[in-house]
Design a protein around this ligand. Sequence first.
Ligand code: MN
Length: 227
Amino acid sequence: MSEWVIDPVALPTVPVAGGRKFPVRRIFCVGRNYAAHAREMGADPDREPPFFFTKPADAVISSDRVPYPTATRALHFEMELVVAIGREAQSVAATQALDHVYGYAAGVDLTRRDLQDEAKSLRRPWDMSKGFDASAPIGPITPIAVSGHPSHGKITLSVDGVIKQSGHLADMIWPVPDIIVFLSKLVTLMPGDLIFTGTPDGVGAVERGSRIHGSVEGVGAVSFELV
Ligand code: MN
C-alpha cells in the first residue's frame, strides 16, 4: 500500500530554451508596474511601493491552446516579463538581487476583469479573478547566460495579428532588482518561484478563438489560441 492517500500531483513545469525543464514552486505577480497602465486602471502611478498578488503554481500553461475560463465575460490579457528565480533570496540588496535570477520568459497574466472589478468595489480578494486554472500562459524560459538581464527591450502583444500592447521594459515603475528587493522582504524567494512583473497599457478583452502572441525583446515569446 502506498504511503500516499491520493496520488501526489506532478510538479508544474515550464520548458527552458534548449529542452530542459524549470520546476515551478510559486507564482508572484506585481500590480500596476507601468504608469500608463496604472492610469488606465484608474490608479495614481506615483511611486507607491509595489504590491503583489499570487497565482497557484499550476496556473502555468505552456501550450498552443489555452482554455477560456468559466465564470467571466471579460477575460483580459496582460503581457508581462516573467522572472524565474534560481537561488534563494531573503531580504536581498538591490546590488545583489539579480544574482538570484535563473532566467526570463514572456508570459500573460490572464485576468477575469469583471470579477476583479467586483472584488475591488467590494474590497474582496483578487484570487478568483487572477488565480484561476490556466491563468498564466508562459513561453520558454531563456537562461540569463543567453538573455542577460533585459531592462530596455520592447514588450508587445497582438490579438489576431493586431498590436494591442506595445511598451518598453524601461518604463517599469519598479525594475526587476527593486521587485526582488521588495518581495524578498515579504517572503523568502526560492528556486522555482516565478515573478510576473506587471503589464504596460493597452490591456483588453479576448474571446474564444482569439490568437494571442506576445513577445519580450531579447527574451522570447508566448503564443496561444483561446479555446
Ligand atoms: Mn498583471
